[in-house]
Design a protein around this ligand. Structure first.
Ligand code: NAD
Ligand code: WQD
Length: 345
């Protein structure tokens, strides 16, 4: 089934974590597709301004509830307050380094909020769910590109919460044939909405390469640190599969049209790699800024290459990531240059 042939769909989708980076772009894609959207987010790592931006960009209203999903009663209330047909669960914490320092914070937020969402869905007989997972569950991959049946083995608490979430979903789906759960393992999401008015707004020092490079380009930081040039890659720097956040958002819309029940896992990536130096070079080209960088030690826990094999999502969901690295960085730059301090501008 191609994207163009997806049937009309006005179901109401609960988007947990929908004020965040990937959730907000997915909410735009859902509204554009004709869905009704309700966002539940405690704004721990986001701003209600993202919700306003979604409504402005689409010209459509949406529901918003400021809810902490680690609270089961509040999670259940969402299902009595809104006519929810399906759920996309983005809510959670995602900083690998922080998860090493505060593992319980990660287990509580990520695992408990997933349990509560599953519990409330079962209580209210809503059986369709799409869940954010991560390529981090593959740990140091034995082969690239990585297919879904590659061995898993996360190397940090954040990754282990994602593995636990996947296992919980798999176990629950076996209890009732009405469950349709789609686990999406994202590779390296980056970029922004092409309008330049919705994008990633990290608090503090960005841990991820693309937002860091953008903050250097816009003059908020002096230079990029390149974490190692001695990997077994063509230029010695780490190679990743950067997927445009709009392609990722469309992957969630496609997942809501999966025809079969049960719990299934898909990689969402492009299958194409870019090195750290490629990102710096292309970001310099699209921004017109000569981006200074220095080479430093490797960052602990980094792998040389991480690349998706996206064949399964292509075949079964009719989805493919079409946008190039240049489009990723062009859109990221449009957002960063229009809003140098994120939603505060
Ligand atoms: P984000 O931090 O921008 O969005 C997550 C949202 O969840 C935030 O708005 C936050 O306020 C909300 N939230 C956190 N705890 C909550 C709670 N207890 N109750 C309600 N809301 C809560 O992150 P993102 O980049 O949009 O990531 C979305 C999902 O995708 C996460 O589950 C993340 O682990 C996963 N993921 C992200 C990446 C990435 O690189 N961005 C890669 C792979 C997977
Ligand atoms: C990309 C490349 C770095 C910053 C992380 C999480 C993963 C997933 C996606 C949530 C690597 C290099 C980076 C910098 C650099 N998130 N780099 N200087 O590590 O592939 O994945 O985000 O699920 O779980 O681990 O992404 O953007 O941090 O790094 O040289 O300042 O850029 O070494 O090669 P990563 P990243």
């Amino acid at each position: 089934m191609s994207r163009a042939s997806l049937p009309a769909d006005d179901r109401t989708i609960l988007v947990t974590g929908g004020a965040g980076y990937i959730g907000s772009h997915t909410a735009v894609a859902l509204l554009e597709r004709g869905h009704h959207v309700v966002i539940a987010d405690n704004l721990a790592n986001s701003s209600s301004q993202a919700v306003d931006a979604i409504s402005r960009l689409t010209g459509k209203p949406l529901g918003f509830a400021q809810v902490d999903l680690t609270d089961l009663e509040a999670t259940n209330d969402l299902f009595t307050s809104f006519p929810i047909d399906a759920v996309i669960h983005f809510a959670g914490l995602k900083a690998v380094g922080e998860s090493v320092e505060h593992p319980l914070r990660y287990y509580r937020t990520n695992v408990l909020s997933m349990m509560n969402v599953l519990d409330a869905m079962a209580t209210h007989e809503v059986f369709e769910l799409v869940v954010s997972s991560s390529a981090t569950v593959y740990g140091d991959p034995e082969m690239v590109p990585i297919p879904e049946d590659a061995p898993t083995g996360a190397t940090n608490p954040y990754g282990r919460t994602k593995l636990m979430i996947e296992q919980m979903c798999g176990d629950l789906a076996l209890t009732d044939p009405r469950w349709r759960i789609t686990l999406l393992r994202y590779f390296n999401p980056a970029g922004a909405h092409p309008s330049g008015d919705l994008g990633e707004d990290p608090t503090g020092i960005p841990a991820n390469l693309v937002p860091f490079v953008m903050q250097v380009a816009v003059g908020r930081r002096p230079q990029v640190q390149v974490f190692g040039t001695d990997y077994a890659t063509p230029d010695g720097t780490g190679v990743r599969d950067y997927i445009h956040v709009i392609d990722l958002a469309l992957g969630h819309v496609a997942a809501l049209h999966r025809p079969d029940n049960g719990c299934k896992t898909y990689n969402l990536g492009t299958g194409t790699g870019a090195s750290v130096l490629d990102v710096i070079r292309v970001a310099g080209h699209v921004s017109g800024v000569d981006i200074p960088y220095e080479v430093t030690e490797r960052r602990a826990g980094d792998v040389a290459v991480s690349l998706a094999d996206p064949t399964l999502a292509n075949r079964e969901l009719g989805w493919r990531a079409d946008r190039t690295l240049e489009m990723v960085l062009r859109d990221a730059w449009r957002w960063q240059s229009r809003h140098p301090n994120g939603f505060n501008d």
